[in-house]
Design a protein around this ligand. Sequence first.
Ligand code: ATR
Length: 285
Amino acid sequence: MSDLFDFDIRKDQYAVMGNPIAHSKSPRIHTLFAEQTGQRLEYTAIQVDPGGFDSAVTHFDATGGKGLNITVPFKQEAWALVTERSERAERAGAVNTIKFEKNKMLGDNTDGVGLVNDLVNNNDIVLADKQILLMGAGGAARGVMAPLLQQQPARLVIVNRTPDKAVALADAFRDLGNTEGCGYPALQDQQFDIVINATAASLHGELPPLPDELLADNAICYDMMYGAKPTLFMQWASERGAAKVLDGLGMLVEQAAESFYVWRGVRPDSKAVIATLRQEIATSN
Ligand code: ATR
């Protein structure tokens, strides 16, 4: 008789893998999404040691895991590991979302669409025909290039401390739109409508060397980082009269929402979750 009740009541398993991972907000975000949409799933954070990524993913898959988010420093390794890649993952050179299907490991990248959805849907910002400056030429910048260019800005300039990397990144995406790369000194006498910080500078409490006259009228400044306090770049932008200064919390929730959709086919209400997290961040500090 007891066999009748011997069914698998385990919830579908998801996780984020990275290093460090202890402060990841992804488990909280996906738990809120699951509650909101009535999806039965469990989402945990898994710290992976350097060199242990492939075996950690294989183990997660073998134990019935349904999907993973991948964060620093494993997004490129994930790109190499998966058996299939979406076009946006292929282009980004990085995978932040894996969906496990029978004998298949599907790699996707939701970072870029997360940024664009936060700008366009949550903040009513139009990117078409705008002069956009993207600071940084590492993985974070590469991941948002294609979705930004798909919005058809007048020009997307990549600026980097090491100018050659900015030029190479622009060259790799020129087929998608008007883009060019340069170093910070070349920004002198140029103005931009939208300035996006994809450097690691905020993480180190640093500010890229931006000229004072960089912002056009009604400029919007976006830092992909977030925290309880505005980053140095956000402070710089406010002091120079930016019309809107935004942090990366919305992007974080939007990339998660897109991953959730990839896995479950259901779109959560991301705005409500952004509001909840903002409140939690404010009261925890
Ligand atoms: P990520 O994957 O987060 O993009 P990354 O690939 O290490 O990380 O890239 C970090 C980016 O931040 C690079 O563009 C780096 O500039 P360099 O290529 O010249 O190293 C940029 N960066 C880091 N600290 C910076 C600072 N203080 N000022 C300006 N740019 C900075």
